[in-house]
Design a protein around this ligand. Sequence first.
Ligand SMILES: Cc1cc2nc3c(=O)[nH]c(=O)nc-3n(C[C@H](O)[C@H](O)[C@H](O)COP(=O)(O)O)c2cc1C
Ligand code: SF4
Length: 488
Amino acid sequence: MWKPPERIRHPLPEARWPSAQEAARSRLFSPLEVGRLRLAQCTWVPAMVPWRATEEGFVTEEVLAWYERLARGRPGALVVEATGIRDVPSGPLLRVGDDRFVPGLAELVAIVRRASGGETRLFLQVIDFLAIRRRPEKEKFFRRYLEVGPELLGRIGAASEAEARETLLALPDEALERLLAPRDWEAYAFGYRERVTDLHLPRIAELPRVLPGLFAAAATRAEAAGFDGVELHYAHAYTMASFLSARNSRTDGYGGPREHRVRLPLEVLAAVREAVGEDFVVGCRMLADECIEGGSGVEDAAWFASELARAGADFLSLSRGGKFEDAKRPRVGWAAYPYTGPSGYECMPTAISDARGPFGRNVSAARAVRAAVRSAGLDTPIVVAGGLATFEQAEALLADGGADVIAAARQSLADPDWWEKVRLGRGGEVRRCIYSNYCEGLDQMHKQVTCQLWDREDLDEPGVLRSKDGRRRLVAPDWTGPEGGGSA
Ligand SMILES: Cc1cc2nc3c(=O)[nH]c(=O)nc-3n(C[C@H](O)[C@H](O)[C@H](O)COP(=O)(O)O)c2cc1C
Ligand code: SF4
């Protein structure tokens, strides 16, 4: 993963943990009731893909164990990983593109209800993504995949297609980058990747026609499985975020000015709302800043958030960055990964950072977005994530209007019980995330995600679920605490 060149190592912020009485009086552990969003406390575990579904997208025992473990910490809300809305193969990622996925998802709902004593609201994050191919071998690319047209022939000065292919094959990358059209260079150096602006491709042109229905059908399945709501994935590198992006130059009324860029996200929201029951929560995850050159910034996000809130989104969960545009070049045979460049760093910042550091890196953008939503006269709850892992940080943000709900992904992976520990006045027992991104490295390699702070602990205990190679445990050890209390 890319790291800021300053490479400043930031120690974890000092944590003063509250007593149980102080926690009971806190904003963090108070209920939130705004519109349809009702939480027992203002705590949230945002979506994290643990790479544990079957190749066909079904819930497995490992998926159930992951969510059961997170639910034992009884967060106000738990968002289930990005789940594909189409019925197409997409590797070991959950899918909800057909009714056959409903029974597995219903089991997941049941297990979370049980483990959280019914306290945790459960949302399914629903996602659409476009095609991306692995970086090809040079020889295959130039001998087989590259289309050689008259323009390229002219640029190379070759007499025939065969001669052009051989010439290109012999050239170093610097020369290829100069000679090839930008998309051909990208297909060779990174692997071919579709964009929402590829209007010449019928499946891309028709996205505005098909996506509202696909998202709506996925939401009705989530409702049938018993979820409390869905989170529409409008963030990071995926289809809907690409519509919102300032880089979206579609000319069919769904790109260009931001009024056009927000059109499809609003149409999807309306279709989903229409398809589900009155009480079913429909929120959106979006970027407070794309953090790429020429991308949407905080001002755009503030405007989009106000539009989505006005259109009835039940919550807005703010992330940042995580884009393909500045991703690192992958190894041959691997696909580009949107968390490997500077914008990826913004999404999941590590302890080795720049002067700003990783803690609360999304806070000032989120504050601006929330202020815009409030000044539009809307009280839609704003959820913020990004290096938030102490009680004081969270409480201060809630008190000064930076956010309405505090989300912590990696801290909840490091210690799924941390919310309960803090609430019970046992914050001193929290296993604190060190923001190393070992977990994110596993995610990048599509390996089952675990945390370095516990995945080698008590491996030989009976009943411990292990990773495929047997070397790591798949869920955090149980919390018993010094008095033998805590979660069961
Ligand atoms: C292993 C892993 C998988 C993730 N998967 C998703 C995902 O499926 N959808 C999503 O919106 N964000 C995903 N994220 C981003 C997190 O939800 C969160 O925004 C980010 O980690 C920053 O929060 P944190 O500092 O509390 O970890 C993932 C993060 C990690 C570490
Ligand atoms: S591996 Fe564990 S400690 Fe490291 S960033 Fe991930 S959750 Fe935090």
